[in-house]
Design a protein around this ligand. Structure first.
Ligand code: PMT
Length: 408
């Protein structure tokens, strides 16, 4: 699976360091050339000998390794590398990388490496939530690092909270995606320095505390856009309605439920965004007066009439306040696709409008594929073949990159 891929796996000194051994084994079994680089502290948690046996290669802890095949160690490690991953990453290593410090083999390799980079922080909750750590992680994201947020659970210190290294299988899933995309990744970091806001999923509008009105959006399209934008180096904020997907690595995710919550989250990030992509299926109506208690079935309420109010049209609002942003809307239609899509493009003052025919069984809602037509405010029309939502996301981002270039 990963033949000809050179992976540098950095391991820093946290209790989760031992889990890196499983990842080394998985990468090696799948054909990757794995080079493990440990901090001094990491070598206290996991034996270099174990990693050497699993990877079949010398493990670097000390920058001053000499011997056959070695020149300047950190340069040798960084050269020709397809992916550099740090698993687990302590608050200390994150801070050092953010500050550009290069005082050991791992940090020097990081500074010398120009390949895609992935980091999986793991530490005590307070350390993770500390503004210094959060700011450092943000800095890494802005520089194009894929940051995989830690999981919540019982930590080594006995506390329960956020900071746990995510399950090894989830990390492997992310690495798989990144390694598979590395060739494209290297030539395609065209969104570095850009802030991209993506909405995804449905909104839910309460009827009472247990029931709601919603739609069939799974979030797959929006999450694919967020993942691709992050893979191309953007700083991505994903505003997501309730879905069962994991936010992609390196993407900051704000969870919302109703259209009005989505509107607030989107508007508060709007002025700071370079690109906004509205893939969410926002409910057009909400219940005028949701019941405070569960509505009971009684002999005399054989019918239940709900009065619905129009929700704010977020995209329209964004269009009316647009300044520098490239604004991308979607149109989910079951008939007259082109006519309705063009009308939405104009009425919502979007730069691009992605039309999808949601009456098809292989496109639109809750499937892994889509067939899109992208309309431009300049009158352009580009139709793409049926493809995966990830591929559709790439087409959309290609069009966005063109618009950004034209605006600047
Ligand atoms: O999530 P998936 O299962 O992967 O499905 C993907 C999708 C079908 C949801 C997606 O491809 C899509 O088409 N998203 C837009 C769905 C939609 O609400 O379309 P619309 O034609 O009703 O709305 C037009 C645009 O206005 C959309 O960008 C929408 O986000 C936005 N809108 C709509 C209503 C509203 N009140 N506020 C909005 O901002």
């Amino acid at each position: 699976m990963f033949a000809n891929k050179k992976i540098v796996l950095g391991i820093s000194g946290g209790i989760a360091a031992y889990k890196a051994a499983d990842i080394v084994s998985w990468l090696t079994k799948n054909g990757a050339e794995v080079h493990c680089v440990l901090t001094e502290a990491a070598s206290e948690f996991v034996s270099p000998l174990v990693l050497q046996a699993l990877s079949g290669r010398e493990v670097v802890v000390n920058e001053f390794v000499t011997g056959p095949g070695w020149g300047i160690v950190h340069i040798d490690l960084a050269t020709g590398t397809d992916l550099l991953a740090i698993i687990p990453a302590t608050a200390n290593i994150i801070a050092k990388i953010a500050a550009g410090i290069a005082d050991d083999a791992l940090t020097s390799t990081v500074l010398a490496a120009t390949c895609p980079k992935f980091i999986a922080p793991a530490m005590n909750t307070h350390m993770y939530e500390n503004p210094a750590t959060q700011q450092n992680l943000q800095t890494l994201q802005q520089r194009g690092w894929q940051v995989m947020p830690p999981a919540s659970g019982r930590l080594a210190c006995g506390a329960v909270g956020k900071g746990k290294l995510p399950a090894v299988e989830l990390i492997e899933e992310q690495l798989h995606r990144l390694i598979s995309a590395t060739d494209e990744f290297i030539s395609n970091m065209d969104l570095v320095g850009r802030k991209v806001l993506v909405t995804a999923g449905p909104t839910t509008e309460a009827i009472d505390p247990v029931r709601y009105i919603s739609n069939r959006s799974s979030g797959k399209m929006g999450y694919a856009v967020a993942q691709q934008a992050a893979a191309r180096g953007a700083e991505v904020l994903l505003v997501s309605g309730p879905v069962s997907l994991q936010p992609p690595a390196g993407v900051r995710c704000v969870q919302v439920e109703s259209a009005r919550q989505m509107r607030d989250a989107v508007l508060s990030a709007y002025s700071d965004s370079d690109v906004v992509i509205m893939a969410a299926a926002v409910a057009d109506y909400r219940v005028a007066a949701p019941a405070e208690q569960k509505i009971k079935k009684t002999a005399d309420n054989q019918e239940l009439v709900l009065q619905l109010l129009r929700n704010p049209d977020i995209l329209q609002e964004l269009g009316s306040q647009k300044q520098k942003q490239v604004l991308v809307g979607f149109a989910a239609e079951t008939n007259n696709l082109e006519e309705y899509a063009r009308a939405k493009l104009q009425s919502k003052r979007a730069d691009l409008l992605v039309a999808n025919d949601v009456s098809r069984s292989d496109a639109g809602f809750d499937v892994d594929t889509n067939q899109i037509i992208i309309f431009g405010a300049d009158g352009s029309r580009r139709e793409y073949p049926l493809c995966s939502k990830l591929q559709a996301a790439k087409y959309i981002l290609d069009a966005v990159v063109e618009k950004l270039a034209a605006k600047n």
